[in-house]
Design a binder for this molecule. Structure first.
Ligand code: ITT
Ligand code: NA
Length: 185
């Protein structure tokens, strides 16, 4: 089947393709703008986006909202992750974390799928903020996030390796599991 991924982010599309294409789902990036509301949760942002898009797109489609939640910063940047990345960036986050011993953080991904009804698929990965940027792969905050059980950052992993532990990999897995059970292909 063909599945539109409505996003501006090539990194997200690369990961979704790597995960879903071997399973027979052809992911097509559709850079259609939709309003991202200022909300307290990623889920609220996704539900609003799906409701806004549902009558404007005919093919089955997904959107995704994600964020990095740093414990010592009370969950910042969280739902503001995209804005913070574009403004203070990785160096800004590292600066905020200077001298802070608790470097625990988690990434969360919420995938929204619309088929006449709204379906959400969620994934999280726990880890920590590194002391410096490392690695050239991935995108966004990948160079400063070390997932639990590893000594390397997401940016030091291949797409497959990142998918096998990441928030997005987990959400994609939930999505695929649901698709297999609920949709005739
Ligand atoms: P959309 O068009 O899909 O909204 P976006 O890049 O604006 O793309 P979000 O609104 O979901 O994405 O914002 C999430 C922010 O967190 C953004 O700055 C990403 O770079 C970052 N981010 C999300 N997933 C990430 C990951 O797997 N690794 C590193 N950074 C990530
Ligand atoms: Na966005």
């Amino acid at each position: 089947m063909e599945l539109f991924f409505i996003t501006s982010n090539d990194g997200k599309v690369r990961e979704a393709k790597k995960f879903l294409e071997p399973l027979g789902i052809n992911v097509i990036k559709k850079p259609l703008e939709y309003p991202e509301i200022q909300a307290d949760t990623l889920e609220d942002v996704v539900v609003f986006g799906l409701n806004w898009l549902k009558d404007k797109v005919d093919k089955p489609f997904i959107i995704e909202d994600s964020g990095l939640f740093i414990e010592a910063l009370n969950g910042f940047p969280g739902v503001y992750s995209a804005y913070v990345y574009k403004t203070i960036g990785l160096d800004g986050i590292l600066k905020l974390m200077e001298g802070i011993e608790n470097r625990k953080a988690y990434f969360k991904s919420v995938i929204g799928f619309y088929d006449g009804e709204i379906h959400l698929f969620v994934g999280e990965v726990r880890g920590r903020i590194s002391n410096e940027k490392r690695g050239l792969h991935g995108f966004g905050y990948d160079p400063i996030f070390v997932p639990d059980g590893f000594d390397k950052t997401f940016a030091e992993m291949s797409t497959e390796e990142k998918n096998s532990v990441s928030h997005r990999g987990k959400a994609l897995k939930e999505f695929y599991r649901w698709m297999k059970e609920n949709l005739k292909k």
